[in-house]
Design a protein around this ligand. Structure first.
Ligand code: PBG
Length: 337
């Protein structure tokens, strides 16, 4: 028996609301604004210097003075905050990543300079050791093992130094056990009760970090992989346990990293913890879209905005994205979905 469509659907028609631009706008559930944007930038030593990154088209490492200009431009466009990552000279890297404790190091110099010039943009700093270690790992490496508790002491000290420079949010990305509580204690002991912690709570051992490792020159150094401390991409219950501990230890915000392959995790984290939740759209995600666009396989602006919308729909309050300036400029021009 062949039924008419009205018999099949009982006269329900999903397409009624989709007929016009105004009606699509009326029923739209999620929107992207500049309030959602955190811009990760790469720093390099020197002045008036920009250094391209081959695997990240249009992204450049910036010297501190250039980063200040960039921060001004970002603030003018309405971007909420900047996350800084340093590409420090190989000669300054060692087994324990001791350069992260230099109050005058690149991250801290940038924080001081940006805070002075653009006091109203948020500064988010990472305490992972990987840009500072000679072996490219996020922690202290001894006899082939990443030493958890010693690394935690190190990153907690780094957090205080970064707070002293003026960082607003400390974002630890190294996935050591107990780091959130240790950083909270260290910050509080030093009088930084107001400095927030954005935990890279669920950070997966991912292939999508490839271009970042070129950007901070850890790719060639990394011995082995990070599977003994980052999460297994196959696990989501375990990811929630990681979040639970971080919330318990005092995280103010939670992050899921990478972003787009892990939208299910974002959704579960937001539902379960009802915390400010963020995604890091990582370097590989950025470069895939850029490469696709360069080849003419997809429309960059539309792909970029669709990805952002997907993060919002999954439950994100904001996204760390290398597209932040592009998105902000597009929104400024009045872009509509
Ligand atoms: C390491 C760190 C990584 C990223 C930022 N900090 C991952 C890694 O190299 O293992 C990735 C960011 C990106 O890919 O955009 N602490």
């Amino acid at each position: 028996m062949k039924r008419s469509v009205n018999e099949i659907t009982g006269s329900k028609r999903m397409r009624r609301n989709r007929r016009f631009d105004w009606s699509r706008r009326l029923v739209r559930e999620n929107t992207v604004t500049c309030d959602d944007l955190i811009w990760p930038i790469f720093l390099v030593e020197g002045t008036n210097r920009t250094v391209p990154i081959a695997s990240m088209p249009s992204v450049e490492r910036m010297s501190v003075d250039k980063a200040v200009e960039a921060a001004k431009a970002a603030h003018d466009l309405g971007i909420t905050s900047i996350a800084t990552f340093p590409d420090i000279p190989i000669s300054k890297r060692d087994d324990t990543g001791s350069a992260i404790l230099d109050p005058n190091g690149l991250i801290n110099q940038a924080t001081i300079a940006i805070k002075k010039a653009v006091p109203d943009i948020g500064i988010i700093t990472d305490v992972a050791l990987d840009p500072f270690t000679s072996h490219g790992h996020d922690g202290i490496l001894r006899n082939g093992h990443i030493i958890n508790d010693e690394t935690v002491e190190h990153v907690a000290r780094a957090a205080v130094i970064q707070a002293e420079a003026g960082a607003d949010i400390i974002a630890p990305s190294e996935m050591m056990d107990g780091r959130i509580g240790a950083i909270r204690d260290a910050l509080d002991d030093a009088g930084f009760n107001d400095i927030a912690i954005m935990s890279y709570a669920t950070k997966f051992a991912s292939a999508f970090y490839g271009p970042y490792r070129e950007a901070v020159s850890t790719g060639g150094l990394l011995q082995g992989d990070k599977k003994t401390y980052y999460l297994d991409p196959a696990n989501s219950d375990e990811a929630l346990r990681d979040c639970e501990l971080d919330v318990f230890e005092g995280a103010d915000m939670l992050m899921v990293k990478p972003g787009m392959p892990y939208l299910d995790i974002i959704h579960r984290v937001k539902e379960r913890f009802e915390m400010p939740t963020f995604a890091y759209q990582v370097s590989g995600e950025y470069s895939m879209i850029m490469a696709g666009a360069e080849k003419g396989f997809l429309d960059k602006d539309r792909a970029m905005m669709e990805a952002m919308t997907a993060f919002k729909r999954a439950g994100c309050d904001g996204v760390l994205t290398y597209f932040a300036m592009d998105i902000a400029r597009l929104l400024d021009k009045g872009w509509k979905p």
